[in-house]
Design a protein around this ligand. Structure first.
Ligand SMILES: [Fe+2]
Ligand SMILES: [Fe+2]
Length: 356
């Protein structure tokens, strides 16, 4: 397979990010000069399996503080197990010919919760039947990755895209490691037997026409690094990003597509955690971010998880196209303390869908 490297030095996360060819990537003939063209899809549906990574912010905050603060090593923390949920989304891509392909983004945290939400949405059956045959791990943070077993128990040979910057314990978990002597730490009884694509900085991985994954080497809390981000180009609409936490920052992600992709200035929407105010603290810089996101001229913003309800509410008030949730999450066996307290729903919550 031909390898190439171009668009070097494009500022994306502070570090230069370039795209290069290789297995599953683009050939020179497919790309317009200087800009990547990975094709188009007809449509995209994202289903929120779970965005309640934990149910109570204060409890999680206490766990982190007790073990050394936000920059402590995530595998060293004792977590309050009752508080743990997880993050996962079902991404359904409709190709130009109408064929539907389903991808699982992330596998949550607490396996009891993940088993519950997977069963509720039939994800368990889709995994067993291989209707879903690809798992994309956005990053190895507790709430996106520790629940790996809930996916692998149904399909141990699933294809996995996995960030190359993941912690050594996270790589070992794929193979069947057990850290569960400490509360809230993971185990995996079903060693991964399928294809493992370890994603690297400066590379774009084409999933299918119109769908690509780009790895950003961005720093995050609890000593986690790097995030796989999904980009879709929806015909006649524009670019959509789908993220786990969006640690590189939403403006960075759209600047990246503008600079690197053909027609990359046509923004359409986003889904996922936007990592703006995960602990609901207001910072004046967040007003600037509302203006920054406004300038992207997106048509649909479906956010949840670590976005910060406080930011999403203000962004909606300021005219950003925040897609409202349906409150289905309130019927789940557990509900986040924040969403229980709110009447307006600015989060696309558990059980909700967004169509792009
Ligand atoms: Fe997260
Ligand atoms: Fe994260």
């Amino acid at each position: 397979m031909e390898r190439r490297e171009f668009l070097k030095g494009v500022a994306a996360t502070g570090a230069g990010v370039a795209l290069s060819g290789g297995a599953g990537m683009l050939s020179m003939a497919q790309a317009a000069p200087g800009k990547e063209d990975f094709g188009e899809i007809k449509g995209l549906k994202v289903h929120c399996i779970s965005e309640t990574s934990w149910f109570d912010n204060a409890t999680l905050g206490k766990d982190i503080k007790a073990c050394g603060g936000i920059n402590t090593y995530q595998y060293n923390v004792d977590w309050n197990v009752e508080n743990l949920g997880g993050y996962a989304a079902l991404v359904e891509v409709e190709a130009l010919d109408g064929k539907i392909t389903k991808y699982l983004l992330d596998s949550g945290w607490n396996t009891e919760w993940m088993d519950y939400v997977f069963a509720k949405d039939g994800i368990d059956k889709m995994l067993k039947s291989k209707e879903i045959n690809t798992l994309i791990i956005s990053h190895d943070h507790i709430d996106h990755y520790y629940g790996l077993e809930s996916t692998l128990k149904h399909q141990p040979d699933i294809k996995i895209y996995f960030p190359g910057t993941s912690m050594k314990e996270s790589f070992a978990l794929l193979k069947g490691a057990d850290y569960s002597k400490k509360p809230g730490q993971p185990k995996n009884k079903y060693p991964h037997k399928g294809e493992l694509i370890v994603t690297k900085t400066n590379q774009l991985y084409k999933l299918q026409d119109g769908a690509a994954l780009v790895f950003f080497d961005a720093p995050a809390t609890l000593q986690v690094r790097g995030e796989n981000v999904l980009y879709f180009k929806v015909k006649d609409k524009g670019f959509v990003t789908v993220t786990g936490c969006c640690h590189p920052g939403i403006v960075t992600l759209f600047n990246y597509s503008r600079r690197n992709f053909k027609d990359g200035d046509k923004n359409y929407g986003c889904y996922g955690g936007l990592h703006i105010s995960p602990f609901e603290n207001w910072d004046p810089k967040m007003d600037d971010l509302i203006q920054g996101v406004k300038a992207l001229n997106m048509k649909k913003i479906a956010c949840n998880h670590c976005t910060g309800w406080i930011w999403a509410e203000k962004a909606a008030q300021m005219g950003l196209p925040i897609v409202k949730g349906t409150n289905k999450n309130l019927s789940y066996k557990k509900t986040g303390t924040l969403s229980k307290a709110k009447t307006s729903n600015v989060y696309l919550g558990n059980g909700d869908d967004i169509v792009f």
